[in-house]
Ligand binder design. Structure first.
Ligand SMILES: Nc1ncnc2c1ncn2[C@@H]1O[C@H](COP(=O)(O)OP(=O)(O)OP(=O)(O)O)[C@@H](O)[C@H]1O
Length: 668
């Protein structure tokens, strides 16, 4: 045992004062001290200090220039510490960790925890064991006994042999919150946790990582995706793969890259607009419920006309899914119907005609339709293009869709004026059949009868449904939306999450228990969880925060400001990782759950407190979460060894085969 640094001097409500007796120890905020009595340790955490020279301050100032005037004065120094943990049964395999409810006796010697000191190592190991819950756990961080303001000081505070182990598959459906100011280490910590899971876990988790800045998709040596591939390759307990979808607006950029024997595969490409729904759009646009219902009604009416129209069945399937519901292609069709159809159907006139009359009867006027046109084109990055078609000697303009600047690729049927004309003709004919409205507009394209030459009727590399299927099958998926405009990325992300939620809702509790949980990692989720955003019934992030647990869907929400999240939603985050922060509202919130707020402003990068009901003690634990890049050296070494072993085994097997063949030859 090392020498004591002081004694328990006084008791103050829930704190104790430690008088410091060792000259070479000065207290640091967050330092962990301990006392030992019989078969137990009591751990104390420093949250403040006091000290003064026992003389008048005037005399110091007066003589300061010459020499220190108070050489022989007795100084007194105290550390304020609060009761942190008590470890009982310290010599057994099953230590018991509890929140202490009695202070150590006055005058008890106090020691400071220090890595490499055998007794300190023993205490932290007991703590690590004593707090670990049931289940199949993975190490996500190291216990620490204080704050290391610089990297060089880490070995004085971090106990790399005392891991904090957590069963992530248990905690994830109850949601994780990772909070800290810019640069506190949120992203690098979450990446570290995922790598630790990939390397050590025997239980699958389907991570759905929303990568808005391309940080998780780095495939170069020791980039996150490269380390993930190596870790999955090294893990003999799990047979899982990961995919990176790198979205781009340029068709033809369909590159594929495979890492570590296909454990991670990067695919780049565009998105088929078909699987986008009105709700995905509505959520991104933050539309009010009545506006959403108007937009839904409009899309339904157009869908019903396509259904009733006399066009080829294969063409119909572009616009209607197998349940005859409108696909995203109908959303893309709406803006060009405003230009090509509605404007010729009696706008500004007494008598309305054709499709516009149907829409108006449903309360949807041209102002609304023009608003939808603007919103749809703007959000999806689509634009209108005028195509000139010839009618006999004359030429007429037809508006078609241009998707060159969008990740969402629309059907060639909406880009070719002749196929579009065929569809519009069939739709205006269907109006009289379905709605009994016979008056048609004076559409300029009505007399055109050119046979379209469209052969391919779908475009876009990826479909939302396929991505959702992969996640539901337990694959880890990284959505790299960093190369496309923000709004378009948002639509993709929300569409995928909505489908996941809906598909899981339909499965029933027993089936869900058999499936791996889904962990949705998002830096921006908190933006959708602010008080004004959570009111919308279409807000999928809020629904997952409230109900995801039942369906094995968890959020890993990364935020600079936890208290920006609506209060009740915030209470749904069961596991909290609080990193450095200077925001008073967050400090107060975290203090209320027992995190020593005094320490939060001074934490180093990736130093924090982990609070979760899934440990045996429901108290915040000071930990350091290694960044993904800090795991690289060990992982790469192990990886090379494994590759070497695999090659040697293959070589041996081949040699044996040749030997057998030679022996057979000799026999002949
Ligand atoms: N590959 C690396 N090697 C060394 N240090 C790194 C590496 N990547 C990040 N860091 C450091 O880790 C710290 C935390 O970075 P991180 O991106 O995790 O912070 P953050 O809290 O997510 O910040 P923000 O809110 O700005 O995204 C930064 O100070 C950064 O310099």
């Amino acid at each position: 045992m090392s020498k004591p640094i002081g004694l328990i001097y006084s008791w103050k409500t829930d704190h104790v004062e430690v008088v410091l007796t060792r000259e070479n120890y000065r207290p640091g905020i967050g330092d962990i001290l301990y006392t030992k009595q019989n078969n137990r340790y009591v751990l104390l955490q420093i949250v403040g200090f006091e000290g003064e020279l026992p003389i008048g301050s005037g005399s110091i100032v007066k003589d300061l220039e010459e020499a220190p005037p108070i050489y022989s004065a007795e100084t007194s120094m105290y550390a304020n510490a609060y009761l942190f943990f008590e470890i009982r049964n310290i010599n057994s395999e099953k230590p018991l960790v509890i929140k202490p409810y009695q202070p150590p006796p006055l005058n008890t010697p106090v020691y400071v925890l220090h890595p490499k000191d055998p007794e300190s190592e023993k205490i932290m190991n007991l703590l690590s064991k004593g707090i670990t819950g049931e289940g199949e756990t993975v190490p996500i961080g190291w216990l620490r006994s204080g704050i290391a303001p610089a990297k060089e000081l880490r070995e004085e505070k971090y106990f790399t042999n005392a891991p904090l182990n957590l069963d992530l598959s248990l905690s994830i459906p109850k949601h994780f919150l990772v909070a800290g100011q810019t640069g506190a280490g949120k992203t690098t910590s979450v990446m570290g946790i995922i790598i630790q899971w990939a390397r050590n876990s025997g239980k699958n988790i389907a991570w759905l990582i929303i990568d808005r800045h391309g940080e998780y998709s780095k495939t170069e040596n020791n980039g996150f995706a490269d380390l993930l591939a190596k870790a999955l390759f090294m893990n003999d307990k799990l047979e899982v793969k990961a995919k990176i979808y790198e979205f781009t607006v340029n068709e033809g950029e369909n590159r594929t890259k495979s890492l570590s024997k296909d454990t991670v595969v990067l695919l780049s490409g565009t998105m088929n607009i078909s699987s986008i729904s009105v709700y995905d759009l509505a959520n991104v646009l933050d539309l009010s419920p009545d506006k959403i219902s108007d937009l839904e009604e409009t899309i339904d009416i157009i869908g019903s006309l396509i259904k009733a129209s006399k066009i080829d069945d294969a063409w119909k399937r572009v616009f209607l899914n197998e349940r005859d519901e409108p696909t995203g292609q109908v959303i893309a069709l709406l803006p060009i119907l405003v230009d090509n159809v509605f404007r010729y159907e009696g706008i500004g006139e007494q008598k309305k005609k054709g499709i516009y009359r149907v829409l108006l009867n449903a309360g949807i006027d041209i102002r609304k339709l023009r608003t939808y046109r603007r919103l749809i084109l703007g959000t999806l990055g689509l634009s209108r293009k005028t195509a000139i078609v010839r009618v006999g000697e004359a030429s007429k303009p037809v508006t078609v869709i241009n998707d060159n600047s969008s990740v969402f690729k629309v059907s060639p049927l909406l880009k070719d004026p002749y196929s579009l004309i065929m569809i519009m003709k069939a739709m205006v004919n269907a109006v009289s059949e379905v709605y009994n409205i016979r008056e048609k507009g004076a559409y300029p394209w009505l007399g055109i009868n050119v046979k379209p030459e469209v052969t391919v009727i779908e475009s876009g590399t990826f479909s939302i449904d396929k991505i959702v299927e992969n996640i539901n099958n337990g694959e880890t998926v990284i959505l790299d939306v960093s190369k496309i405009p923000l709004g378009q990325g948002d639509v993709i992300v929300q569409s995928i999450i909505r489908r996941l939620f809906e598909s899981r809702m339909g499965l029933g509790v027993d089936r869900i228990k058999e499936l791996p949980p889904i962990a949705i990692v998002s830096e921006e989720a908190p933006l959708y969880l602010s008080p004004d955003k959570v009111r919308s019934p279409y807000n999928v992030f809020a629904r997952i925060a409230r109900e995801g647990r039942k369906f094995g869907l968890g959020l890993i929400a990364i935020t600079q400001l936890a208290t920006q999240i609506e209060r009740q939603i915030l209470a749904n985050f069961n596991t909290i990782i609080a990193l450095r922060t200077k925001f008073v509202s967050d400090i107060n919130y975290f203090s209320n759950i027992g995190i020593p707020g005094e320490t939060l402003t001074s934490l180093g990068d990736r130093e924090g407190y982990l609070y979760t009901p899934d440990l045996r003690v429901k108290e915040p634990i000071p930990i350091y979460i290694p960044g993904y890049f800090e795991l690289a050296e060990d992982l790469s070494r192990e990886y090379l060894e494994k590759i070497r072993n695999v090659k040697e085994t293959e070589k041996k097997a081949l040699t044996q085969i040749f030997k057998n063949i030679e022996e057979e030859d000799e026999d002949i």
